[in-house]
Design a protein around this ligand. Structure first.
Ligand SMILES: Cc1cc2nc3c(=O)[nH]c(=O)nc-3n(C[C@H](O)[C@H](O)[C@H](O)COP(=O)(O)O)c2cc1C
Length: 191
């Protein structure tokens, strides 16, 4: 099984990444680690959009601009670690979404203009921690889950989350320990 482990946690001491590392260590498979903060990802400028459209038109699947999309589409399992920032996640994850959402690679459209998925992954696991309470409208995991449902065709999504880690009176070590247990339970379930 090809496991793609995507880190979208910029802080070196990230608790979300720590839980995700533990989770991934419990899985069987060949792990590819993608550290988004150090990847040097670029946004889709008009020039890059044209380059990508050209590569897709020419079915030039080995073009470097399609690298992340192909890697994502070819993984059997995807694990995303993302800190809860600004009610969702760090901007680097949105830049990654721009890089992987390619018509003809990670999803396509049918004759009725309905998107359908081209991703192989059976499941995606999203791991996040928040300083306070997460918003009622889920703009972090909820967004990624919607992409899985509506674009990628990834049928199962799971979230391991911890809240209130930075609030006075809370015990962040206990919250992380609880998350570790959740990670172990989910890893056992997915075996
Ligand atoms: C730039 C930034 C934005 C943040 N935004 C939020 C937020 O909107 N809501 C919240 O509850 N906590 C917020 N926090 C606190 C983080 O969610 C919290 O510290 C989290 O555990 C960080 O994840 P990490 O340990 O994986 O880095 C923010 C922290 C930073 C540095």
């Amino acid at each position: 099984m090809k496991i793609l482990f995507v880190n979208a946690c910029p802080r070196p001491q990230s608790r979300s990444r720590k839980v995700a590392e533990h989770f991934v260590s419990l899985l069987d498979g060949e792990v590819t680690y993608l550290d988004l903060p150090s990847e040097g990802l670029q946004t889709l400028t008009y020039d890059r959009l044209c380059t990508r459209d050209e590569a897709l038109k020419n079915e030039d699947w080995d073009h470097p601009i399609l690298k992340y999309s192909r890697q994502f589409a070819e993984a059997d399992r995807i694990v995303i670690a993302a800190s809860y920032w600004d009610l969702s996640f760090p901007a680097i994850l949105k830049i990654y979404v721009e890089a992987i959402n390619c018509v003809g690679v990670s999803f396509a459209y049918d004759q009725n203009d309905q998107a359908y998925g081209l991703c192989k992954a059976k499941d995606l696991i999203y791991i996040t921690t928040a300083g306070g309470d997460m918003s009622k409208v889920d703009l972090g995991y909820g967004y990624i889950k919607t992409l899985c449902d509506e674009f990628y065709g990834i049928k199962e999504t799971y979230c391991i989350k911890g809240e209130r880690l930075d609030l006075v009176g809370e015990d962040p070590d206990r919250i992380v320990a609880e998350m570790m247990k959740d990670a172990e339970a989910l890893a056992a379930k997915l075996k």
